[in-house]
Design a protein around this ligand. Structure first.
Ligand code: GAR
Length: 207
């Protein structure tokens, strides 16, 4: 079976993207064996390490900064078209820090995966790590989920747990979460692509 086509969206350092690229590279069966290949990387800003990683790997990139468009709807339509141009089977938001709009969800709903640095439904939003620390939670982690029209509200695919230590600050905790998160994202994307999946209400089953 041909490898699933992935478009990965990033806004920052892109270590989750790199983990996917490395796992595909390291697989004895290559992209076909892994089940997926990254066909393009999109971002909402230029000059970020995530885009450099893609360029280094020879993967096409596109950039859609919100400020370049007259309205959020126009931005959403442009992001949808730029992503669609690469005919993805799955779209992966790997540290993409923008909330997409209706056009994007209408086009890619049910095949748009996000990774979030907290155990949803706790601590959604842009500061999942900081919010868990501030709350005084003793465990947190990461959640890989399908994106719906809410903020971090879509059906959960998999979660990983990380203990919060007394001495943790946001950076130290986020780094330990990201170690778990990268492995989880690679595992989930590979299994979704190789086995297929069903979404029934809130329940996701990988077949
Ligand atoms: C990841 O921890 C991801 O969960 C988080 O940004 C980081 C990106 O790291 N995303 C969010 O907080 C989205 N709300 P990376 O750029 O090194 O892959």
């Amino acid at each position: 079976m041909a490898a699933s086509r992935l478009v990965v969206l990033v806004s920052g350092s892109g270590t989750n993207l790199q983990a996917l690229l490395d796992a595909i590279d390291a697989h004895p069966g290559g992209a076909e064996g892994f089940g997926a290949e990254v066909v393009a990387v999109g971002a909402d800003r230029a000059d970020i390490a995530g885009l450099e990683r893609a360029e280094k790997a020879g993967i096409p990139t596109f950039v859609c900064p919100v400020k370049q468009y007259g309205s959020r709807e126009e931005w959403d339509a442009a992001l949808t078209a730029a992503t669609d141009a690469h005919a993805p089977d799955l779209v992966v938001s790997a540290g993409f820090m923008k909330i997409v709009g209706k056009a994007f969800i209408d086009r890619f709903g049910g095949r748009f995966v996000n990774t979030h640095p907290a155990l949803l439904p706790s601590f959604p939003g842009a500061h999942g790590v900081r919010d868990a620390l501030a709350y005084g939670a003793k465990v947190t982690g990461c959640t890989v989920h399908f994106v719906d029209s809410g903020v971090d509200t879509g059906p959960v695919i998999a979660q990983g747990v990380v203990e919060i230590r007394d001495e943790d600050d946001e950076a130290a905790l986020h780094e330990r979460i990201k170690e778990v998160e990268r492995a989880l994202l690679v595992d989930v994307v590979g299994r979704l692509a190789r086995h297929g999946y069903r979404i029934e209400g809130r329940k996701v089953t990988i077949q």
